[in-house]
Design a protein around this ligand. Structure first.
Ligand code: UD1
Ligand code: CA
Length: 464
């Protein structure tokens, strides 16, 4: 079997995006666009992968992270043919077939790539390219054929006559060729077109002028070869991907009340009989257990949620862990480093950060718990604040098991409260409290009878 090498085009700016971020880095389903073509190509186990980068080269390179591809820099974006020509030295000793893909065509399937490679090998053509018939062909290069149906060239939209623009068969931007033919043909490509760019599709006419055989193969599902050039195309594809992901989870036993308003990224997993309400975003590596309820308006990123957890309306969870049976929200914010034990209750307007909270503990109202460890079956009263920051450093709070923290308590960290401590309401705690103790602030309560009436009279000018 002949070797296969892959070239991925990802150097363009993506002018039509009108963005300072290179197009291939814009996320689709939470993942940079070019990684789709790259990971699909890698499933073919190619002996070599070259990615052509230019705009935002460093950022593109680091978005991949791996070291098993060769990065080829195209300093100036003079067109797709020029981009491929930049890989000439990298393929100098390579005698296999080369598969060329665009970084902005994300849905191309491995099976389709295998089909085109096999077709290319069987036909013994110098070049095989993929085409598709689209109802809306705008933006694509059109396939020109003679009266016998043989390909005679490809014309870009900008250079096409109005008759040519009516052609529905388009160039998918997927090519298989030998390195020998490719680099010889590229040398013959000129830039005498509307954009003054070197067009890769022009290797078709160069090949034909050298009497080479050029083959085409039509893709079955035109969606597979959809390229993304504009923000509108991004949003359409995002929607399509989302529908597919949602369908997959529904088929796997998850109830999604409004699939049009549910956004689940590729890396997420969800257990059976979980019910998801509208406007839920599950992002990154989020894991949701079985029989959970997510009421709606939830934004979860890299959250690990156990079975039978109830996320009430409107919660944000980031890089945190929640064990079985916990109830969170409405309107709660679990920030990174939060870890909740079984059956913990976190109620409205409660924020946690780097907080380890033990089984059965409750913090139900208006509270900030930051940089703290709290034991089991403790009750954190309304308006409790861990004062963890003095403007210079962050300090930790530790609270034992079965502690009763009264409402309106401030805990000035670093501080430790032993098991079974009782904090009276409206206490500022500045020192460690031993197990079983009561802590309260000495304050006098004074009452002045008739004070309100006197005040009102004074303010309205009727002084007696
Ligand atoms: C290209 C094809 C068109 C085809 C369509 C399919 C050309 C000239 N046209 O058009 O026939 O129907 O794809 O999606 O090839 N790039 C570089 N360096 C450059 C220019 C582009 O690396 O100098 C990269 C881009 O980052 C992108 C890819 O090549 O990933 C395609 O470029 P783009 O400008 O999007 O080409 P299209 O106009 O879509
Ligand atoms: Ca494109």
């Amino acid at each position: 079997m002949k070797e296969i090498g892959v070239i991925i085009l990802a150097a363009g700016q993506g002018k039509r995006m009108k963005s300072s971020l290179p197009k291939v880095l814009h996320p689709l389903g939470g993942k940079p666009l070019f990684l789709y073509a790259l990971t699909t190509a890698q499933r073919l186990k190619p002996s070599k992968v070259a990615v052509i980068i230019g705009h935002g080269a460093e950022a593109v390179r680091s978005a991949y992270g791996g070291d098993d591809v060769e990065w080829v820099t195209q300093e100036q974006q003079l067109g797709t043919a020029h981009a491929v020509l930049c890989t000439k030295d990298s393929f100098a000793d390579f005698s296999g077939d080369i598969l060329i893909l665009s970084g902005d065509v994300p849905l191309i399937q491995e099976s389709t790539l295998i089909t085109i490679i096999n077709a290319h090998r069987e036909s013994k053509a110098a070049l095989t390219l993929m085409t598709a018939c689209l109802d809306a062909a705008a933006g694509y290069g059109r396939i020109l054929r003679d009266e016998r149906g043989e390909i005679t060239g490809i014309v870009e939209e900008r250079d096409a006559t109005s008759d040519q623009r009516r052609i529905r068969e388009v160039n998918a931007g997927v090519y298989v060729t030998s390195s020998n033919f490719l680099f010889t043909a590229l040398a013959g490509v000129k830039n005498d077109n509307h954009q003054k760019e070197y067009y890769l599709p022009d290797i078709v006419t160069v090949g034909l002028s050298q009497c080479k055989k050029i083959a085409t193969i039509q893709v079955d599902d035109p969606w597979e070869m959809k390229g993304i050039n504009t923000r509108e195309e991004f949003s359409l594809m995002e929607k399509m991907l989302q529908e597919e992901i949602n369908r997959r989870w529904m088929a796997a036993g998850v109830t999604i009340k409004d699939p049009q308003a549910t956004y689940i990224e590729e890396g997420v997993t969800i257990g059976r009989d979980t019910v998801i309400g509208p406007n839920t975003h599950l992002c990154g590596r989020t894991v949701i257990g079985e029989r959970c309820r997510i009421d709606g308006s939830a934004y979860l990123t890299d959250a690990e949620v156990g079975d039978e957890v109830h996320l009430r309306f409107s919660v944000v969870l980031s890089s945190c862990r929640v064990e079985r049976g916990a109830i969170i929200g409405p309107f709660a914010h679990l920030r990174p480093g939060t870890s909740l034990g079984r059956n913990v209750h976190i109620g409205n307007f409660v924020e946690t950060k780097e907080a380890e909270i033990g089984e059965g503990t409750k913090a139900n109202h208006l509270t900030y718990l930051g940089d703290c460890a709290i034991g089991r079956d403790t009750n954190i009263g309304a308006g409790t604040i861990t004062c963890n920051y003095d403007g210079f450093n962050k300090y930790r709070t530790s609270i034992g098991d079965r502690v009763q923290v009264g409402s309106d308590t401030t805990l000035v960290a670093p501080i430790a409260l032993g098991d079974d401590v009782y904090v009276a309401t409206a206490t500022t705690v500045r020192h460690d409290i031993p197990a079983g103790a009561l802590v309260y602030n000495e304050r006098q309560e004074r009452v002045r009878e008739g004070w309100t009436e006197q005040k009102r009279e004074k303010m309205t000018g009727k002084i007696k």
